[in-house]
Design a binder for this molecule. Structure first.
Ligand code: XMP
Length: 469
């Protein structure tokens, strides 16, 4: 009988290091065969973890978010579009309103689309611009034409305006937005000062060829053809086939059909064995998601008796995936930057995080107070809650569901912003790489030597024998 181990069973043996500052250590990696990331971190496709806001913040800070699938196709597509439009050096199709649009409508659109300006147009031609500053003190009843800065006062560029020229124009006229028009005043795009500044201030952001944030989305096996088509049309960068037991005919057929019909990178999973990895790669997967039962909210191993401790799963799966040069995502069970370092050292190219990110400002859901402390809800996607519609959840009608749950609901402490958490995780990872004598994730993997530890060794590893505030 084989034996299996996980993060707390091991430590990495320290090696001689030539690193003078951990900041010089590169943590860039591959998410899939064709997608590179500056940070090896992916937010989980869970409905209490990743919707548009999380995906935007993850991509701005070097990772990527995978929008969950527990929604209608329209809702998921809307979230993907929100991420794709959140940043772009040139916005191809800026949001616009008509001259007659009422203030309520303008405010609603700005809030829903998370933008601070709208162009006013008639028959595709530029008539004016409204920014959030223009409507701060306006009262209801007014329309776009009463509030907007009119066309004759707007400085514009053309489709040929370079980013460098746009920067100079924005600076010269002290303006925030530069609409692009053609010779007949038709709207051709928009360049904003904020997007240019973002590209300078966020050198690690995960961007596509047009400077838009990268985003992924999950699909299941039910409406997958229709859903994938809608997501691809919305510009999604990567699709995750989200199946708890990914080493199955169902997963393989889904993967092959999608690969045949669409040109988009596919992450397939979840699996926990070398054979699972081999079968999914041979069916066309561009990355493999590894993890059966390690997640904070998972009870798969309790309910079914099946699973593999996560470090063993990552070691075995990565060794097979490496032969095909296909990246592995270690999904579930990661609590600290030490776990992150161990997962990458074991061969994963990225990790997927659920509970670590569920308590942030950017995760869906409200902040609760529990025993005087702030907290947020996390919900297993194979549990009752996630499988009920919103209405059923609100009415607590779990009786309508004929499922055997493999996930639970719980709370996680409120943890502030995603950006700060990523900073801590990446800082810890860079130090971890340095302890292993490496300068990059590849160096970490080449040098990594795990040592098994005892219960006493584990106890010694955390803070101990001191009082806690
Ligand atoms: P962490 O530990 O980061 O794990 O919170 C997140 C991962 O857990 C998986 N997941 C589930 N697994 N039942 C399961 O067995 C569930 O209900 C469930 N919901 C999420 C998923 O892979 C996620 O990324």
């Amino acid at each position: 009988m084989k034996s299996g181990i996980t993060f707390d069973d091991v430590l990495l043996v320290p090696k001689k290091s030539s690193v003078s500052s951990r900041k010089t250590i590169s943590v860039s990696t591959k998410l899939t065969k064709n997608i590179k990331l500056n940070y090896p971190i992916v937010s989980s496709n869970m409905d209490t973890v990743t919707e548009a806001e999380m995906a935007i913040e993850m991509a701005r800070n070097g990772g990527i978010g995978i929008i969950h699938r527990f929604n209608s196709i329209e809702e998921q597509v809307e979230m993907v579009s929100t991420v794709k439009r959140a940043e772009s050096l040139v916005i191809d199709n800026p949001y616009r309103v008509s001259l007659e649009a009422k203030l309520d409508e303008i405010k609603f659109l700005m809030k829903k689309k998370k933008v601070h300006s709208l162009l006013v147009s008639e028959n595709g031609k530029l008539q004016g611009i409204i920014t959030s500053r223009d409507i701060r003190f306006e009262v209801n009843g007014k329309s776009a034409k009463d509030i907007m800065t009119p066309r004759e006062k707007i400085i514009t560029g053309t489709i040929d305006t370079s980013i460098e020229d746009a920067k100079n124009i924005l600076d010269k006229y002290r303006i925030e937005k530069l609409p692009l028009v053609d010779s007949e005043n038709r709207i051709m795009g928009l360049i904003t000062a904020k997007d240019i500044l973002n590209s300078i201030n966020r050198p690690n952001a995960s961007l596509d060829k047009k400077g838009k944030l990268l985003v992924g989305a999950a699909i299941g096996v039910k409406d997958y053809l229709e859903r994938t088509k809608a997501l691809v049309d919305a510009g999604v960068d990567v699709i995750v086939i989200d199946i708890a037991h990914g080493h199955s005919d169902l997963a393989i057929n889904t993967l092959q059909t999608i690969k045949k019909n669409f040109k988009v990178d596919i992450i397939a999973g979840n699996v926990a064995t070398g054979e699972g990895v081999k079968d999914l790669i041979e069916a066309g997967a561009d990355a493999i998601k590894v993890g059966v039962g390690p997640g904070s909210i998972c009870i798969t191993r309790i309910v079914t008796g099946a699973g593999i401790p996560q470090l063993t799963a990552v070691l075995e799966c990565s060794s097979i995936a490496k032969k095909y040069d296909v990246p592995v995502i270690a999904d579930g069970g990661i609590r600290t930057s030490g776990d992150l370092t161990k997962a990458l050292a074991a061969g994963a190219s990225t990790v997927m995080l659920g509970s670590v990110l569920a308590g942030t400002d950017e995760s869906p859901g409200e902040i609760l107070i529990k025993d005087g402390r702030r907290a947020k809800i996390i919900r297993g996607m194979a549990g009752y809650g996630a499988n009920m519609s919103k209405r059923e959840r609100e009415n607590m009608r779990s009786d309508v569901f004929d499922i055997v749950p493999e996930g639970v609901e719980g709370i996680v402490p409120y943890r502030g912003s995603v950006k700060d958490i990523l900073k801590q995780l990446i800082g810890g990872l860079q130090s971890g790489i340095s302890y292993c004598g490496g300068h990059s994730i590849l160096g970490l993997q080449q040098n990594a030597e795990f040592i098994r530890i005892s219960g006493a060794g584990k106890k010694e590893s955390g803070s101990h024998d001191i009082g806690r505030f």
